[in-house]
Design a protein around this ligand. Structure first.
Ligand code: TYD
Ligand code: MG
Length: 479
């Protein structure tokens, strides 16, 4: 055996060096280097291999008679959608998310559902005791579910335990940060430990055709701890996300070897666990009777799925020398850009105002297609004119002030129509681009932000910040 070199591995990016430094040279993070012995080589330092003792494998053609893998369908529709039609036997997935977001709850409910179809499912917890998991199951109304439980953190014991039984169809390990291999000296949760865990369980999954789900907590920066070293080893990477103050939870696939990425599943956290939300738009747009200045409905896409969501802006005179800009659920740089474009090309003045922008429901919007809805919300709040309550918006704003069409126009409009909207403000050229036929929606094609402003003046309603339908809402003021 060669002498094991000491190395210092960055816990943030996974790069390694032979000397400790306060700051990682590769990613610039502070205090992330940890000494790891027997780490099995960092990036770029694989042990030398020879051909001695190697076995030649058979090479084959691309054409073959392989049948598509039979999927393990859970029946939890939102989960099956994100995985691309169910779990693939022998695949390994990571379910990442902030601590407390509901990963354990999701997976326990999922296992109970799969267990109910007659498949063998095993839940290994390294974070909670058996009694705790049982208590949670009871709370979820799953006290009688056919889920086999185990509590262990030692990788060797986990493998020995699995070896002793008929391989399960689905195995959950909650969480990978708690699992440690006795063969390594480094602490649980370090990159070398995560790598060893992922490697061992991937091996098990492939050998036994078990679908393995690994829970991974994300770090403060919103990345899976040891992201790059683990993500390439697994087949699917799912993120479970949401704002702590909101009940909505999104399951998002960012990597999927067996299906499309960018799919989302929408859940709602309730007293009785997670509930599927099959019509998320209805939740994210709130009560349209109460449309007030500053609110615009964005017809967005999440993967292949259209989702309508309310964008809220508040523009108010600031007492501060440097006015505040606060953004939740959108990119603050993008907000700065849209503001600059509105000032330069629509002759609107935002200077001296505090500006708050919020995406309703805790959703995070990443599409540039939201530019137009954001611009509409901002102009609406600044001018105190409410946008028509039955309008949706989508389109990209360019630096020159022109609006550019975006993809999936037909799907966005169809969703809006389904939810009872009557008109859409879109970028000029959208109709031609998407080859749209006349539908029930009235489409206003706007060439630039200046035209958006005049459209609002023609179609908007002066805002008094009070509800249109006061009588009927007074009785329901609990929200
Ligand atoms: P959990 O699944 O333990 O999160 P994670 O595994 O991602 O750390 O979820 C914990 C949170 O979910 C906790 O704050 C309480 C909440 N919760 C509910 O609101 N309803 C429920 O039925 C359950 C089981 C949890
Ligand atoms: Mg948990």
């Amino acid at each position: 055996m060669a002498k094991q070199a000491r190395k210092y591995v960055c816990q943030s990016c996974g790069s390694s060096g032979t000397q400790w430094t306060g700051r990682c040279d590769a990613c610039g993070e502070w205090n992330t280097l940890q000494e790891e012995v027997g780490a099995g080589g960092g990036i770029g330092s694989a042990p030398r291999t020879t051909t001695k003792g190697g076995r030649a494998v058979e090479l084959v053609d691309l054409q073959g008679e392989d049948v598509a893998p039979a999927r393990i369908v859970s029946g939890v529709g939102e989960f099956d959608r994100v995985t691309g039609g169910g779990l693939v036997p022998g695949s390994v997935s990571i379910v990442g998310g902030d601590p407390g977001i509901g990963k354990s709850t999701l997976l326990l409910q999922l296992l109970a559902a799969i267990g109910g179809t007659g498949k063998k499912v095993v839940y290994l917890s390294g974070e909670e005791a058996v009694a705790q998991v049982r208590l949670r199951a009871q709370r979820l109304g799953l006290g009688d579910a056919k889920v086999t439980l185990g509590v262990e953190t030692n990788l060797a014991n986990i493998l020995a335990t699995l070896e002793k039984q008929t391989p399960p169809d689905v195995l959950v390990v909650d969480s990978m940060q708690t699992v440690w291999s006795p063969a390594l000296e480094s602490a649980p949760g370090t990159i070398s430990q995560l790598r060893a865990t992922a490697q061992a369980l991937t091996g098990y999954a492939k050998n036994k055709a078990t679908a393995v789900l690994l829970v991974g907590h994300v770090t403060k920066e919103g990345q899976l701890a040891g992201p790059k070293v683990i993500e390439h080893m697994v087949d699917t990477v799912l993120y479970f996300e949401g704002e702590s103050g909101h009940q909505f939870r999104l399951l998002r696939s960012v990597k999927n070897r067996f299906g499309a990425t960018d799919e989302i599943g929408v859940f709602e956290m309730s007293d009785g666990g997670l509930r599927e939300v099959s019509n998320p738009s209805a939740l994210f747009i709130g009560d349209r009777e109460l449309a007030s200045p500053g609110a615009a409905i964005f017809a967005g896409m999440e993967g292949t799925r259209p989702i309508l969501v309310e964008i809220q802006a508040l523009v108010a005179p600031s007492p501060l020398a440097t006015p505040r800009r606060a953004v939740v659920g959108w990119d603050s740089n993008r907000l700065a850009m849209v503001l600059a474009v509105l000032e330069a090309h629509a002759d609107l003045q935002f200077t001296g105002n505090d500006i708050y922008l919020n995406v309703a429901g805790g959703l995070k919007v990443r599409e540039p297609a939201a530019d137009l809805a954001v611009a509409a919300a901002l102009v609406s709040s600044l001018t105190n004119m409410a946008l028509p309550a039955d309008s949706v918006f989508f389109g990209e704003v360019s630096l020159s002030g022109t609006l550019r069409p975006v993809g999936h126009a037909a799907a966005r409009l169809k969703e809006a129509e389904k939810l009872g909207f009557k008109s859409a403000g879109v970028a000029h050229g959208t109709r031609k681009n998407a080859d749209l036929r006349d539908g029930a929606l009235e489409i206003a094609e706007l060439p630039n932000v200046d035209r958006l402003y005049s459209w609002l003046r023609e179609n908007g309603r002066p805002g008094s910040m009070t509800s249109v339908n006061r009588d009927s809402t007074d009785e329901f003021t609990t929200q």
